[in-house]
Ligand binder design. Structure first.
Ligand code: BV8
Length: 241
């Protein structure tokens, strides 16, 4: 739990970090009420598999079903508010300008908490883009003004490439990091899941915050069992004191 004593060397890593990188997954948004990717299959959507809804093939085969699912998820995101963990990371960035957040989340909650150095590996659910030419749509529409192609959420679906600039920025940040936090991710989805593993392979201290165990392992891994909104304010207070 977030009240357990911390290793002294972990506290030193936090205090000494000059280039921290925080990797966040769906578990970072869970306490803001945004279902994690697997939970998003619960309730209304229990009968569909994520691959049934988050792939270009699904959109080409059943466009309305996919757009309805995203409309439902957009409602969840619109109701969500950043929690104490998001706010703690924004405070850490204010005290340590080199801090970079690399998120798999598409909900924009880090930016709403005030973080500015945020790399969005999988896009943003609150934007649309043309499925054919990639043109971003600023206003709600069904078809692309440029080419007439169908508009879809500006997110990365399974089987789609990640935006090259975002992936390059994430890899660069991790390669220069002196401390990495991996928060609320099951580290299953590639290539995002390779980021904490690369830091561990380079001997960089990695702090994992997750109520559940994951496959991450390594000599310099610190596993903190528990929730993002509980642990992050405590770790940031140590880093910034
Ligand atoms: C690609 C946007 C090239 C859409 C998402 C090896 C290399 C490369 C690719 C692959 C590979 N192996 C397989 C692949 C293909 C695939 C993949 O990884 N499949 C998986 C299922 C094995 N990857 C891709 O297709 C990627 N594209 O690589 O392009 C290519 C092209 C063609 C063929 C091959 C390669 C694109 C992947 C991006 C997909 N888009 N999101 C949308 O949101 O609608 S992924 C989506 O699911 C999320 O963005 C996120 O990334 C992922 C879910 O993962 P998590 O964030 O970790 O969330 P999860 O629910 O799993 O876990 C939550 C965790 O939080 C849990 O551990 C839980 O315990 C914890 N938790 C819960 N509450 C809390 C908490 N933690 C802290 N506090 C709490 N309160």
């Amino acid at each position: 739990m977030a009240n357990e004593p911390l290793d002294t060397d972990l506290m030193e890593h936090l205090r000494g970090a000059r280039r921290p990188v925080v990797l966040t997954g769906a578990g970072m948004s869970a306490e803001s009420g945004v279902p994690t990717f697997r939970e998003a299959q619960s309730g209304l959507w229990a009968r569909f598999d994520p691959v049934e809804l988050a792939t270009p093939e699904a959109f080409e085969r059943h466009p309305q079903r996919v757009l309805d699912w995203y409309a439902w998820r957009r409602e969840q995101v619109a109701k969500a508010r950043p929690h104490a963990g998001h706010q703690a990371l924004a405070r850490w960035e204010a005290a340590c300008a080199a801090l970079v957040i690399v998120t798999q989340n598409v909900d924009g909650l880090h930016q709403r908490a005030g973080s500015r150095n945020v790399v969005e590996l999988h896009g943003r659910i609150d934007r649309d883009r043309c499925h054919h030419c990639g043109e971003r749509a600023e206003t709600p529409a069904r078809v692309c003004a440029q080419c007439g192609g169908p508009l879809r959420p500006d997110v990365v679906w399974f089987g789609e490439m990640l935006p090259e600039p975002a992936l390059r920025r994430a890899l660069g940040a991790v390669s220069e990091a002196d401390l990495v936090l991996s928060v609320g991710t099951s580290t299953l989805v590639q290539p995002a899941a390779s980021l904490p593993a690369e830091a561990l392979a380079a001997g960089v201290p990695v702090v994992e915050i997750n109520p559940e165990p994951t496959s991450l392992k390594g000599r310099t891994l610190y596993r903190l069992r528990g929730k993002a909104a509980e642990w992050l304010p405590r770790l940031v207070a140590i880093a910034c004191d």
